[in-house]
Ligand binder design. Structure first.
Ligand code: AMP
Ligand code: ZN
Ligand code: FE
Ligand code: FE
Length: 281
């Protein structure tokens, strides 16, 4: 079992890194990707929790914005956690999430909702990358909505009047940074995040030219037809095909290991990293 995309309470997941690693071990997971949004702060606790047969592929899911303003998520795996420019890029994105949250809250208050930044801060675990799920949790705590899922089906989704984007690198900048930090770049759920926007093979061509290593094909937010299309694109461009759960603990319906990466694809991906950075006991 190889699941390369998961979240902890260092971003918008609900399990601690230790709880996540323990769950993966008890399921017999062979390789676990730990990929919190715009941070590597889950790495140390995950490393300290490793035992038995599991291998960790440490990484981050990097928020990106295209020049057209489309939100794209880029998984960076097996990069150097000490790489200065990478850490600065991630920090700048995290910093930009604060004014963005304030703007979203302002819009909600203007619409008469009783919600404040301190409500959101109370819902965010210490040190976690701030995100819409924490706003959703604050709205649940206030009794305004019932669940994160309800929030994302309505007032917190990307098409909502309350939605505000935050500063982020372009996908090509993220790929280049991941590569210069020695890691591998896999575009996360590309058709899920681009839904509603035109997407053609040429945008993948451009990312492949910039050094993209893989495409996350098997993900619950992509339909069977979308997965088939992505598999064809990966084949044409010579990219690795991955699958993953995008597990968020109780924060999402996704269950750990619900989608997996084939061993041969993982071996290919791992061999493309500059150094052997997989963590084992
Ligand atoms: P943000 O990074 O602040 O723009 O928030 C986006 C995050 O919200 C993504 O990482 C998703 O995992 C999460 N998200 C999207 N839809 C849902 C949902 N239905 N339930 C819980 N979390 C979600
Ligand atoms: Zn998330
Ligand atoms: Fe994502
Ligand atoms: Fe994710």
């Amino acid at each position: 079992m190889i699941d390369l995309h998961t979240h902890t309470n260092k971003s918008d997941g609900t399990d601690s890194p230790r709880e996540l690693v323990n769950k993966a071990i008890s399921m017999g997971m062979k390789v676990l990707g730990v990929t919190d949004h715009d941070t590597t702060s889950s790495w140390q606790e995950a490393i300290d929790s490793v035992r038995g047969d599991i291998s960790l592929a440490l990484g981050s899911e990097i928020s990106c914005l295209t020049d057209e303003g489309t939100s794209v998520h880029m998984l960076g795996l097996l990069f150097d956690g000490q790489h200065q420019e990478m850490q600065i890029m991630l920090e700048e994105t995290r910093d930009g999430r604060l004014p963005r949250m304030r703007k979203m809250i302002e819009k909600m208050r203007a619409a008469g909702m009783d919600i404040s930044m301190s409500d959101v801060e109370a819902a965010r675990p210490a040190g976690a990358t701030l995100g819409r799920p924490h706003l959703a949790d604050a709205l649940v705590n206030k009794g305004i909505i019932k669940s994160r899922d309800e929030a994302f089906q309505g007032m917190l989704n990307n098409d909502s009047v309350f939605y505000v984007s935050h500063a982020a690198p372009t996908p090509i900048e993220a790929i280049k940074m991941i590569r210069s930090a020695g890691g591998v770049a896999v575009i996360a759920h590309p058709l899920a995040s681009l839904r509603g926007h035109s997407l053609d093979v040429s945008s993948f061509q451009e990312l492949a030219d910039a050094g993209l290593h893989g495409i996350e094909v098997d993900h619950r937010d992509q339909s069977p037809d979308e997965r088939t299309m992505l598999r064809v694109i990966a084949q044409e461009l010579g990219l690795v095909v991955t699958g993953a759960s995008d597990y968020h603990g109780n924060g999402k319906l996704n269950s750990l290991g619900e989608f997996l990466t084939a061993p041969d694809q993982w071996e290919k991906l791992e061999s493309l990293a500059l150094e052997r950075r997989v963590v084992r006991a």
